[in-house]
Design a protein around this ligand. Structure first.
Ligand code: 5GP
Ligand code: ZN
Length: 130
């Protein structure tokens, strides 16, 4: 498969690896949003988190937690965890990955443009989700 993250997982492509175990790897993003922006990646190819079988996902969360512990200890206790799922949501690499973006203060990122939730919108969405 021509997947860049599969190739990184198999060490066919160089990465700045910060963590590895049997099921996952974590390495530096080559276009960091902040210092120490890390990608946490399952070694097995899945496109989205929801595709991963429950047992595997549970194990992956344990691995992710180990990476978070490293980030908290060595970089910052403040960080954003992001998963872009689907093209419209910004997923460029179709191998599921979780961004860990350490925050130190003053970063001009994640300026979300929100709107006030109306009664009508809330009721409509609740109807769809139930
Ligand atoms: P997405 O937009 O799919 O959520 O995020 C993909 C991320 O992978 C981007 O932040 C991009 O900078 C990073 N990326 C793309 N190609 C490579 C690569 O070859 N090596 C590394 N380390 N990161 C990559
Ligand atoms: Zn892959």
């Amino acid at each position: 498969m021509n997947c860049i993250f599969c190739k990184i997982a198999k060490k066919e492509i160089k990465s700045y690896l910060i963590y590895e175990d049997d099921i996952s790897i974590a390495f530096l993003d080559i276009n960091p949003l902040s210092r120490g922006h890390i990608l946490f990646v399952p070694k097995k190819h899945y496109k989205t988190l929801s595709e991963i079988p429950d047992g595997e996902l549970a194990e992956l969360m344990k691995s992710l937690k180990r990476v978070l512990n490293i980030v908290e200890e060595k970089l910052s206790k403040n960080y954003n965890i992001i998963n872009n799922c689907g093209k419209i949501a910004g997923q460029e690499i179709e191998h599921v990955h979780i961004h860990i973006v350490p925050r130190y203060g003053g970063e001009e990122i994640f300026l979300w443009k929100t709107h006030k939730l109306t009664e009508e919108e809330a009721e409509d969405i609740l109807k769809r989700l139930k």
